[in-house]
Design a protein around this ligand. Sequence first.
Ligand code: 8YV
Length: 325
Amino acid sequence: MTNGKPRVLATRHFPPDVEARLAANFDVQLNPEDRLYDGAALAKASAGFDAIMCAAGDALNAGTIAALPASIRMIATFSVGYEHVDVAAATKRNIVVSNTPDVLTDATADITLLCLLGAARRAHEGAAMLRTHNWVGWTPTQLMGTHVTGKRLGILGMGRIGQATADRARAFRMQIHYSNRSRLAPDLEKGAVFHANPDDMLPHCDFLSINAPMTPATAKWVNAERIAKLPKGAIVVNTARGGVVDDEALIAALKSGHLASAGLDVFDGEPRIHQGYYGLENAFLLPHMGSATVETRNAMGFKALDNLEAFLLRGQSPPDLVKVS
Ligand code: 8YV
C-alpha cells in the first residue's frame, strides 16, 4: 500500500470511465498500450501489488498463481467467465477471486441472436458479395438461407445468458429446448422442454446454442458424435467459449453439409483460431464481441471495481466472490 491506497495492477487497457475510478480509489498501474502479459511476466509485474484486475485470456493458471508474490490478496476478473483463473489454486493461497455476472447477460444474448440470424440468413456471404462488387442484383434464388421463425432452438446451459437468449428467441416463435445441470422452475422455464441428458436434446435442435461455461465437463462437448445427432441442416451457435467446440469436427460438418452453417463469436485459442474457419462461406464469425457495448463494458468494469473496493477498501467479502466449484 502506498499513499494509503491499496495497489492494483490492471492487466489490460480498460474503458476510460473504469480506469478513472480505478485511479481515483487505488494506486493503480494501468496498461495504456494493452500489452498482453504472459503468466511469468504477470507474476513478475505483480510484485508489491495487493490485487490484479484481469480479463479473459490472462494466464492466471496454477503455475502463475504459484509464482505470484505474497502481497497479492485478490484477483478481480473483468468477465463473467473465469476459466482463465485457477480458483482452487488461488483459494489455497488465500487469494480471493471475483467476476462480473449479470451485467453482460443482455449484450451477450443479443450477440447470440446476431450469430443465429447471421448464420441462418447467410449474412457473411451477402455482405461479402456486396462489398467485393459481386452483387449482380436481386435474383429469385440468391442467398437463400434457413427460416428461423417457428424452428426448434436447443440451448446448452440455461443460466442467465441462456435464459435471455430463450426470451429473445421466443419473439421469433422458436420452440425452446434446453439442457442444464438442474431443471428451471416453471416461471423461468416458460414452457421450454427440459432434457436431463443434453445428448437427448440434440435430435430436437434445428439450432443449437452453446451458453454453458468452459469446464472439464464441457470441453470439446460439441464433437463429431454429437454433431451427427443433430438433424441434417442444423445450425450451431457459440457465444460462450470456443473450447466447448471441437473445431475439427465442426469444420468437417460445415464442409460436408451436415450442418447448414455456424455462428461463432468465440474460438478455441483465440485470437489464433483454427485456420479452417477462414475459408468457410457458411461460417458467420465475430471476434468475441458478446459484451462489447459501451454500457456493458463500463458496467463490467464498475462491477469489478465494486468487488475490489469491498474487499480492499472496506475489508468485506466481494459481492461476486467466485467459489471453488
Ligand atoms: C468479455 C466474456 O468481454 O465476460 C466474459 O466471460 O466472455 C466477454 O464477453 C471478456 O471475457 C473480457 O474479459
